[in-house]
Design a protein around this ligand. Structure first.
Ligand SMILES: C[S@@+](CC[C@H](N)C(=O)[O-])C[C@H]1O[C@@H](n2cnc3c(N)ncnc32)[C@H](O)[C@@H]1O
Length: 242
């Protein structure tokens, strides 16, 4: 059973496993399989009952920045399959945790699931209804499927982070926090300036559980002062797949 108070890392590292019978598998699939088999966070998530290794990223960010707490309402954008929501629900002590995703998610105790695009007004209305108050934390691990086109992937991820803040600003309580996945190089100027104006502290962090070869990092903003405005990038909605 997943719960808080456990480790902020994987429970143990086993012996390195080799993928022996590659058969007709593509080399990229063999590499992926070998990485999964030898990833201590994958093993940890299985042992501790988390739905994704991503759970450890939030646990580590929370240990560093004190994001979660009893009684604090949480909105989890891009929540499927649900690792972050499991961690948030275990910490919230019964306060609402609202999980949003384009994809279906299996139920989690203490989590209200809203299926839809976080950028759409109907989804945002459903989140407000389920939250029934202001949020202590709005977090986004939203990611668009990688296209392999670096510039397109970059634009899509940054647009999602901006969308996340547009959702977060009207929902956050004073003193609240915002976390969003961005890419190496950090949040774009438009988003960063908006965050700096609205929060006491804005930093970038890469938790240990975030793969070293991945370009993802997180922008973490704490001490919401209120009156936050959406980032002014003028970039518009998430660009479509090429
Ligand atoms: C990396 S996964 C999140 C993993 C999750 N944090 C966990 O702990 O299990 C990214 C998710 O973002 C979702 N997503 C991407 N764009 C979205 C959007 N516009 N609205 C809602 N969800 C979105 C995807 O469907 C995907 O499930």
């Amino acid at each position: 059973m997943a719960g808080r108070g456990g480790s902020d890392g994987p429970p143990g590292r086993g012996l390195k496993q080799r993928v022996r019978t590659a058969g007709r598998r593509k080399p990229s699939s063999t590499r992926w399989l070998a990485r999964q088999l030898n990833d201590p966070y994958v093993a940890g998530a299985r042992a501790e009952g988390y739905r994704s290794r991503a759970a450890y990223k939030l646990i580590q960010l929370d240990r560093r920045f004190g994001l979660l707490g009893k009684g604090g309402r949480v909105v989890d954008l891009g929540a499927a399959p649900g690792g972050w929501s499991q961690v948030a629900a275990a910490a919230a002590g019964g306060a609402p945790v609202v999980a949003v995703d384009l994809l279906d998610m299996d139920p989690i105790d203490g989590v209200e699931i809203v299926r839809g695009d976080a950028a759409e007004a109907g989804t945002q209305r459903a989140v407000r209804r389920a939250l029934a108050g202001k949020a202590a934390l709005v977090m986004s691990d939203m990611a668009a499927p990688a296209t392999g086109h670096r510039a397109v992937d970059h634009l899509r991820t940054m647009a999602l982070a901006e969308e996340a803040y547009a959702v977060a600003a009207p929902l956050l309580e004073p003193g609240g926090a915002f976390v969003a996945k961005v890419l190496r190089g950090g949040a774009d100027d438009g988003l960063l300036n908006a965050l700096k104006a609205a929060f006491a502290r804005v930093v970038h962090a890469k938790p240990d559980a975030s793969r070293r070869d991945s370009r993802e990092i997180y922008v973490v903003a704490t001490g919401f002062r209120g009156g936050g405005r959406a980032a002014a990038s003028g970039r518009g909605p998430t660009p479509p797949l090429p």
